[in-house]
Design a protein around this ligand. Structure first.
Ligand SMILES: Cc1cc2nc3c(=O)[nH]c(=O)nc-3n(C[C@H](O)[C@H](O)[C@H](O)COP(=O)(O)OP(=O)(O)OC[C@H]3O[C@@H](n4cnc5c(N)ncnc54)[C@H](O)[C@@H]3O)c2cc1C
Length: 285
């Protein structure tokens, strides 16, 4: 099933997971998906380890998710560090596995520049063009950044690049996580004003641990409302309180987004079910 056919009817709730690295992680992921299956997710996206270790596992995991749960996978593919030939081979593998949806990404620049020397791609839009120029029958998603991508010199430049990427053949966009809906609304408004008309799905990270939230804020270059962080910090050593605060914040975000007409919600699950399930149980009522 092509994911773009889902948008425009009822909100599409999707899950992002990482490929497991060992049997224990595999068991946990299966338990997570088993628990969230009843929430009828529209699709499950499977990340791609641009850094290396889990690269080969993305297609395998996506195929197994489709076979085991009947859920539609969205395969992440990051082109950084790859040659064109390698990416063509991966695309052939995706097609052979019967997977029909790809999130085309550049990936984060590696610290050592040697990995870039062999790279024949500069931006995600180069990957989108390669996919669209071939005969791979897939829907193409792209990433976007409500608070601007960390390498961009400003929101207008970032938006110009986003428009080029969408014009290269992107069917839908999924955002980086954010904790203040105003960033998403601003992005959508600015995107529509420059003619980016594809669905823009907001990405939500349910906070369940203070350190995880702090790590993501720093790593992804996003902000969080000070009062939210202060409340979390006050309960730093009370796991259940942090869970409740994180779920409440995410529920409020999701309700605000859906009321404003967001096409769905993409949950960064970190391969855990409990928080996403708690949120979906409230917002799907
Ligand atoms: C929903 C989501 C899922 C993700 N999943 C993964 C994953 O599975 N694996 C992974 O490794 N990473 C993942 N990432 C992270 C992503 O790879 C990084 O944020 C990366 O730094 C940028 O990737 P991109 O596809 O957005 O790049 P691009 O769209 O190429 O943008 C990267 C930067 O280049 C600039 N740019 C773009 N086009 C041009 C141009 N023509 N000229 C000049 N500058 C330009 C942009 O403004 C931006 O600053 C994900 C991000 C999101 C939001």
């Amino acid at each position: 099933m092509r994911i773009s056919s889902l948008f425009g009817q009822s909100p599409v709730f999707s899950l992002e997971v990482c490929p497991p690295k060992n049997e224990a992680e595999q068991a946990r992921l299966w338990e997570t998906l088993g628990s969230l299956e009843s929430c009828n997710p529209g699709f499950v996206s499977v990340t791609y380890g641009a850094g290396g270790s889990t690269r080969s596992q993305t297609i395998v995991t996506a195929s197994e998710i489709k076979r085991t749960f009947g859920l539609e996978p969205l395969v992440h593919l990051a082109c950084i560090g790859h040659t064109m030939a390698e990416v063509r081979e991966l695309l052939n593998g995706i097609q052979a596995a019967g997977l029909e949806n790809i999130l085309c990404l550049r990936g984060d620049r590696p610290h050592e520049h040697s990995a870039l020397e062999t790279c024949e791609f500069s931006f995600a839009s180069d990957l989108v063009r390669l996919v669209r120029g071939g005969s791979w029958p897939v829907d193409v998603g792209g990433a976007c950044y409500p608070e601007c991508h960390s390498e961009s010199i400003g929101v207008d430049t970032d938006l110009r690049h986003l428009k080029l990427k969408v014009e290269a053949g992107v069917d839908f966009l999924i955002t980086q996580l954010f904790f203040d809906n105003r960033h998403y609304f601003d992005l959508v408004r600015r995107a529509r004003a420059v003619g980016i008309l594809v669905p823009i799905v907001p990405g939500i990270l349910p906070v369940t641990h203070v350190t995880t939230a702090e790590r993501f804020i720093s790593f992804c270059g996003v902000s969080a409302p000070p009062e939210f962080m202060a409340t979390l910090a006050r309960h730093r050593h009370e796991p259940e309180a942090v869970f409740e605060i994180g779920v409440k914040h995410a529920v409020e975000q999701c309700q605000g987004l859906l009321e404003a007409g967001a096409p769905g919600i993409h949950f960064f699950t970190l391969n855990r079910a409990r928080a996403t399930k708690a949120i979906l149980e409230v917002i799907k009522k």
